[in-house]
Design a protein around this ligand. Structure first.
Ligand code: SF4
Ligand code: SF4
Length: 386
């Protein structure tokens, strides 16, 4: 039986967040073992880019600070690190200051790190579903304790992003691009479970105070959920979070694949909840429009490809020609001229470009039939076909 701890937290008031974080972490065996003077601890928040707290894109600064406080008090050597897929910042302080985390932690003895600066090494994947080995950040592999700090958000490619997907940030960026090329919803989810199995964090704490719905993980709208969850079992944590946010038990392939690999428990009746009742925080997050054909049998999906589609579209007025979208695009589908231009024949609809665009110049457009299928509001499904 896995345990997930859950406590109400209805705002990002620092004293409240700090109290709730201590409650959900209190007495957790992995922390009792790992939080020792001198221990190297990596805190791994979700840092898509240097985006401010109110966008709900990154793990909230107060949550990161609350966990860092606990580690610093134990005398640990604390690194707060991540590696955005395509960082538009040159150093870690710029990234974490842009998200407000550096300021929230300024009086704490912590170091900020871009994981690429510590290098990567190849790790064999246990019981691989899609990939036999993966390049993982040395900073994560060499830490005595990894505390994973995901944000509860919808995701255009995986439906929901939580604890398992958040560790994808420890994978070398070029490798992430290669994995995106696997294309389908199931293959991508299984590959993420593979990468997770090469670097499993000891503790996971999810910021679900304000989550994100719709076009996540970076273009959706903030959504109040009002809880903080923690578990040593990332799979159980994600299973509870996806149930709370209106997803069926088999809907998120990342979670079921990780459970199949023996990385944790996804059956809700095999998960013990400590603390508050998840039913009190239930909120049906608006679905991301990306991957609208994900539920279709493969042949049906292919047949309907021309009629059911959701694609990225650049707004030339907003584009600042920074090149981030072209730099991350797995399909090499973007050229930067007077503005970014997407070659539809090469686009695999992964929405990585949307994720990294610093000025939200890439929106989601959809076909008439896709909108009918998702049944979403214009906000949820993206703009109408032009
Ligand atoms: S254009 Fe955007 S959605 Fe299409 S393949 Fe490139 S990054 Fe992915
Ligand atoms: S679309 Fe966004 S990411 Fe791409 S070049 Fe323009 S501003 Fe940069």
């Amino acid at each position: 039986m896995s345990e997930v701890r859950l406590k109400a937290c209805d705002s990002y008031d620092q004293p409240l967040v700090s109290r709730v974080v201590r409650e959900v972490l209190s007495g957790m065996p992995a922390l009792a073992d790992g939080l020792k003077a001198g221990a190297r601890v990596l805190l791994k928040p979700n840092m898509i880019n240097a985006r401010p707290a109110q966008t709900a894109i990154c793990t909230h600064p107060t949550v990161v600070r609350a966990v860092a406080e606990v580690c610093c008090e134990a005398g640990c050597s604390v690194v707060i690190g991540d590696e955005p897929g395509y960082a538009l910042v040159s150093d870690a302080t710029q990234l974490f200051a842009g998200a407000g985390i550096a300021q929230a932690c300024e009086d704490l003895d912590v170091e900020f790190a871009l994981l690429k600066h510590g290098g990567y090494r190849s790790v064999p994947v246990p019981h691989p579903l899609r990939i036999p080995e993966v390049l993982i950040a040395n900073t994560a592999l060499d830490a005595d304790l990894v505390i994973n700090l995901p944000k509860c958000k919808t995701h255009q490619q995986t439906l929901l992003t939580g604890a398992i997907k958040n560790m994808f940030g420890a994978v070398a960026p070029r490798e992430r691009i290669r994995i995106h090329m696997l294309g389908t919803f199931n293959a991508f989810g299984e590959a993420i479970a593979d990468t997770f199995s090469a670097c499993v964090p000891q503790v996971n704490l999810m910021d679900a105070v304000v989550g994100m719905e719709g076009k996540g993980p970076s273009r959706g709208e903030p959504k109040q959920i009002g809880a903080i969850l923690a578990s040593e079992d990332a799979v159980a944590l994600d299973a509870v979070a996806q149930d709370m946010t209106g997803h069926g038990p088999d809907e998120v392939r990342v979670t079921t694949a990780a459970a199949e690999k023996g990385l944790g428990e996804c059956r809700l009746d095999h998960i013990e909840i400590a603390g508050d009742n998840p039913a009190d925080f239930r909120v049906a997050l608006k679905r991301p429009p990306g991957g609208v054909r994900r539920g279709f049998p493969r042949l049906v999906g292919r047949l309907l490809e021309g009629m059911v589609w959701v694609r990225p579209q650049v707004d030339p007025e907003l584009c600042i020609r920074c090149g981030a979208c072209a730099g991350i695009c797995p399909g090499e589908a973007i050229e930067i001229g007077g503005h970014a231009v997407i070659n539809r024949d090469k686009c695999i609809e992964c929405f990585c470009c949307q994720e990294v665009c610093p000025v939200d110049a890439i929106d989601t457009i959809s076909s008439w039939l896709a909108r009918k299928i998702i049944g979403g509001s214009p906000q949820g499904i993206g703009r109408t076909e032009r």
